[in-house]
Design a protein around this ligand. Sequence first.
Ligand SMILES: *Cc1c(COP(=O)(O)O)cnc(C)c1O
Length: 213
Amino acid sequence: MYSEIRDFLKAHNVKLIAVSKTRSVAQIMHLYDQGQRAFGENRVQELMEKQPQLPGDIEWHLIGHLQKNKVKYIAPFIHLIHSADDLELIQTIQKEAYKNDRTIRILLQFHIADEQTKFGLAESDIETIMAARETGQLPNILFCGVMGMATLTDDKDKIRSEFRHLKTIFENLKSRYFCDDVHFREISMGMSGDYEIAMEEGATMVRLGTVLF
Ligand SMILES: *Cc1c(COP(=O)(O)O)cnc(C)c1O
């Protein structure tokens, strides 16, 4: 199953993040041995337990809600934080990136689903974050795009319209703030149940767990 999906995504130029939460080191190595290098975890503690046991050339992606007091643990090595959903969190990432003499790549996570429980920014939060960026307060942050999760539902039209909404947010941000910035280019959307719709709506990265392992 892994290699079929990998080849399908590759043919469509979409990056695969293998979501390894709850999976063992052996299960992760099974995909690693088939060439997978990008893995995603949603909990810092679990990531910190696994990361030292696995090869150093793995690209670790943090995909779940991130608490400010946990940023320091992942700052030395994290490849991309998909879940930047608050200015104070981004400021904390800035501080820890600076301490580690690194630039940390982030995606702005937007709330596109119906559900109250899902984290994410509203479009009205954009201006404050961009003001912090444009006044030079976030020099160690590299803005790489957006992330979102659709409502958990069987209604494909609803899922599609939520992904389409995220794409629109991305395009607005791109044209207003990042038109000359080659790094701002990623749309992380799509999980095992909805990644085909996400791809049709412009995903550049999908986060797949269940369907791979
Ligand atoms: C668990 C998780 C995924 C992967 O979900 P699957 O349905 O197992 O593919 C993707 N994104 C986030 C943020 C997750 O927490």
